[in-house]
Design a protein around this ligand. Structure first.
Ligand code: FES
Length: 83
């Protein structure tokens, strides 16, 4: 998902580490109705999310979400910190 955001010029997704789960600058907050589509974060992602400002119940690192057709129309918010 992170690469798709960058390729389409979405502001607020800096992805400073290039997608290796080491910076937290690709943090997104997934709309609760879509959380099943993205699955669950692994331990490394959870540790990195714990360091990000504005972590929410449905926070994910967009570099760790593999985009699928089932996510068409998915709604995510960016943390205020990244705007
Ligand atoms: S791009 Fe660095 S954690 Fe996702």
């Amino acid at each position: 998902m992170m690469q798709t955001a960058i390729d389409n010029g979405i502001p607020g997704i800096d992805a400073d580490c290039g997608g290796v789960c080491a910076c937290g600058t690709c943090h997104v907050i997934v709309d609760e109705t879509w959380i099943d589509a993205v699955g669950v974060a692994n331990d490394d992602e959870i540790m990195m999310l714990d360091l990000t400002p504005e972590k929410a119940k449905t926070s994910r690192l967009s570099c760790q979400i593999k985009t699928t057709a089932a996510m068409d129309g998915m709604i995510v918010r960016l943390p205020e910190f990244q705007m």
